[in-house]
Write a protein that binds this ligand. Sequence first.
Ligand code: ATP
Ligand code: FE
Length: 364
Amino acid sequence: LSVLGIETSCDDTGIALLNQNGEVLGNVLNSQQKFHTRYGGIIPPRAQDLHRAKIAEVFENCIAQAQMTPEQLDAIGVTTRPGLPLSLLVGLRFAKHIARKYKKPLVPVHHMEAHALQARMEQNIPYPFLCLLISGGHCQLVFVRSPSKFSLLGETLDDAPGEAFDKIARRLRLFLLPKYEHWNGGRAVEDAAQHARNPSRFEFPLPLARDRNCNFSFAGIKNNSFRNIRAVERQEGTPPDGIIHQYHDFCAGLLAAVSRHLMNRTQRALEYTIPWFGNAPRSLVVSGGVANNDYIFNDLSHLATHYDCQAYRPSKKYCSDNGVMIAWNAIEKIKENSNCMRWDYDSLSICGKATLGENLLSAV
Ligand code: ATP
Ligand code: FE
């Protein structure tokens, strides 16, 4: 089985080619990050233009890297939901074009399901598992029973954690520092936090502490951050470089607050789902771009240990968006049920918003 994966849901054009064992034969990623940080965020029509400009080249490079021809493919996985509609369209149109040209079936892939299953490509993680998806656009707790059975336990009521890191890093003007110029906000905050002297200098709230469910909220931490930064600037005057000099301490406090909230909600989900594991080994999978964060992952690993639960995450290069996770998701789906391969290309369309599996939000 040779499967191509095409990812264009946001600002990365990613295409990869895998065999059925999850060996990566080709993997090409064109990130638009440098372009978008210059404009303070993603401008959807520009993201679409950049996908369009690059996608054919990314495909050819991927096929060349794998030393294969498109004729040898068995199926093409493509992200169809959720994401920026203009970006998703480019990937789906390209996938249909390749599928028609070489007479190959398409497998539509849900972007968050792909994040959730990615860790299984490299590690032997049995179903079922609890999954915490933490990324630039989502924060979700899901119980995963199979490649097609997901139960949503909780999700963010406002911002995603990656989004909060990105916005706060921008407000701190961290991207003015040459070191962080081309980094994402989460990675910059993680790095700055490592040089803190007094991590408890700034106070942050613990959101939804009284809510008896598994939902998340990052707007409070974000607004509290903006307020604190403004207060320091008022008190001490904005420094010439624009960056408050306590930014290391600030980032350490922020990171600890985000991690505490993630642990608090994940603990609830663990308590709730322990009976669902029965005698099976318990696993917690952390995935999405924010899973790159060692501090957060270590905290969650410790928490899991208390519940006899092993924590996993994908290797760092596969935590954020890429074509590999789309191909891997298609492979998992094909192995489970080959009917997921679609020849009725015309009936496949994109969807900007799409929930994940069965919704148990109100039950938890
Ligand atoms: P979604 O998957 O929800 O559609 P996305 O695909 O844009 O969103 P990802 O590519 O999975 O998100 O992750 C990007 C996010 O991960 C960014 O917001 C970034 O700040 C965050 N991130 C990346 N590295 C780290 C890190 N080391 N620590 C914390 N956050 C990080
Ligand atoms: Fe993503």
